[in-house]
Design a protein around this ligand. Structure first.
Ligand SMILES: [Zn+2]
Length: 538
């Protein structure tokens, strides 16, 4: 809390400094966001960007945006796509640049300063976005362009953006009364803080937990897991012990292979109880408030539920379709799962375990069952999946399918020293974009695997092409000693999955910052790529 307050003061001082500079018509030149990046393909100069640079850049980005919106609204000419939609799209390029860099780093390479900035900036961004969405003069102009769209000679992309933008404004409250809009703004700002707090709590709980064990407790565990557990213990200054965490590459092989029921139970409970420990990182109240605010917002906007709002612009359209899909999966999956429980219980009884299968036992007995039925040991597959080979396999696939090539870049700023950078080229040899791959788990990284853009594809005001900068982030075990990193089948699929998202973003042909993606569609390219993992041709 202290740190946050200190940072707030520093921020206020730096914003004041920025404003006084502005009077002299200049900005802080040492802030990398205020000048050309001057890097290969203009990627963000990560090593030069410090925590103190973000707030002034955010503030200036939003101030610029507000000024441009004011100009759009005050424009006396008849609203057109160019003077309204396109002008709005280009009104805050600096804000978009700093936002994309900041959130990329906040997810994969965070620290106390970035976490404090995230808490401070989230409600401000929410407020800024609402100023756009709930600006009656701006909406009037958008509506005018929308109503005249049939006679405006728009390209299919422009028409797509216009229709979706109009619908989004309506969906998110443009037609509400002024009073309701004020309530909506408050709800949005509060939600923006709560959701950041929720994620930060999960990260803190993940980082704060370690299961330390002695040599006797390593029975049955794969060699690579034991080696990384020794590294984790060493880093926690408990040399000579072994430590397991609730990070996926640590907990899941542990509960899959450890014969110690108590230890499996202990780490599994730590995993499912992250944010549920009654301490300063507890998420129960936060979750309850998120749910009630979302319900309140849905009611205000005239929807039955939060899901109805979220699903409207997606392919699923409404909750009923989602439940239909889920229920049809349940109907088929539940009998199979029940049957597996019976088979696993048989193993326990045969071994005179004298207990009933619990959730924390599932992975251990599933592995035994797999061995019994198919003579398949997941661990024995790993030597075939060396990380570098899997990555190159994904590149080869993209080359065979689309002619794309991937060459390592050595002198380019990296989002984290562990990340790797590749220049991606089209089949004709021309530049397509930059791809980062950041493979290993660390305390500064949120759990899971994802793909996001440090810069999306677009055309600038002079119709010059801006190429994408994409990152694939994973949470695999870092190399133990100088042994090669070997992956499980599941991790191999994860690489191909995220790589599918990256191909989508790299091949993007959008002209504008504004894009509308049906978020349930984005999984298609990744599903297609995942499919290739088990194809004999691969
Ligand atoms: Zn995905």
């Amino acid at each position: 809390m202290k740190k946050y307050f200190k940072l707030l003061i520093i921020t206020i001082i730096s914003v004041m400094a920025l404003y006084s500079c502005k009077l002299k018509q200049e900005v802080d030149k040492s802030n990398p966001f205020f000048s050309e990046f001057n890097t290969p393909f203009n990627v963000p100069p990560f090593e030069k960007i410090m925590a103190k640079h973000y707030m002034p850049a955010f503030e200036k980005g939003m101030a610029d945006g507000r000024k441009e919106i004011e100009k759009i609204v005050k424009n006396k000419e008849e609203p057109t796509f160019a003077n309204t939609i396109e002008a709005l799209d280009r009104c805050d390029d600096l804000f978009i640049t700093v936002r994309d860099v900041f959130y990329g780093q906040a997810e994969a390479n965070t620290n106390d300063s970035l976490q404090a900035i995230e808490m401070e900036i989230s409600p401000k961004i929410s407020e800024y976005e609402d100023e756009k969405k709930l600006n009656p003069e701006l909406f009037k102009r958008i509506k005018h362009v929308y109503e005249k769209r049939a006679d405006s000679n728009l390209t299919p992309e422009q028409l797509f953006i216009l229709e979706n933008l109009y619908k989004e404004y309506v969906r998110l409250g443009a037609n509400l009364s002024k009073e309701d809009q004020e309530s909506l703004k408050k709800i949005n700002q509060r939600l923006s803080v709560l959701t950041v707090q929720y994620d930060q709590n999960v990260l803190a709980e993940t980082n704060n937990y370690k299961l330390f064990v002695g040599e006797d407790d390593l029975k049955g565990l794969p060699e690579s897991l034991v080696a990384s557990a020794a590294d984790i213990a060493k880093a926690a200054r408990q040399e000579g012990k072994w430590a397991f965490t609730t990070q996926r590459p640590s907990i899941f092989p542990f509960i899959q292979y450890s014969p110690d029921k108590e230890l499996r139970h202990e780490i599994f409970n730590a995993y499912i109880n992250r944010g549920n420990n009654g301490n300063e990182y507890d998420n129960n109240k936060i979750l309850a408030e998120i749910i009630s605010l979302r319900a309140e917002r849905a009611k205000l906007l005239g929807y039955k539920s939060h899901s109805d709002i979220v699903l409207e612009p997606r392919m699923a359209k409404e909750p009923e379709n989602v439940f239909n899909l889920l229920n049809s999966l349940w109907e088929k999956a539940i009998p199979v799962a029940k049957n597996e429980v019976v088979e696993m219980q048989k193993i326990i009884d045969r071994e005179k375990g004298n207990f009933k299968l619990e959730p924390s036992d599932w992975w251990y007995y599933a592995e035994k069952l797999r061995k019994q039925k198919y003579d398949l040991d997941e661990e024995e597959l790993k030597p075939y999946f060396k990380l570098d080979n899997v990555r190159d396999g994904a590149f080869t696939l993209a080359n065979k399918l689309f002619g794309m090539t991937f060459s390592p870049m050595n002198d380019v700023p990296l989002p984290h020293p562990d990340a790797q950078a590749f220049e991606v080229k089209k089949a004709d040899g021309s530049h397509l974009g930059v791809l980062y791959m950041d493979f290993f788990a660390r305390a500064s990284k949120r759990q899971g695997a994802w793909c996001l853009t440090y810069r999306t594809h677009k055309m600038d005001a002079d119709q010059k092409e801006i190429t994408p900068v994409v990152t694939n982030v994973f949470n695999f075990s870092p190399p133990a000693g100088n042994k090669p990193v070997l992956l499980t089948m599941d991790e191999v699929s994860t690489i191909f999955h995220e790589f599918g998202h990256a191909l989508d973003m790299l091949n993007n042909k959008n002209s504008y910052n504004t894009t509308f993606v049906a978020w349930d569609f984005v999984e298609l390219p990744s599903q297609l790529m995942e499919h290739w993992v088990t194809e004999p041709e691969m």
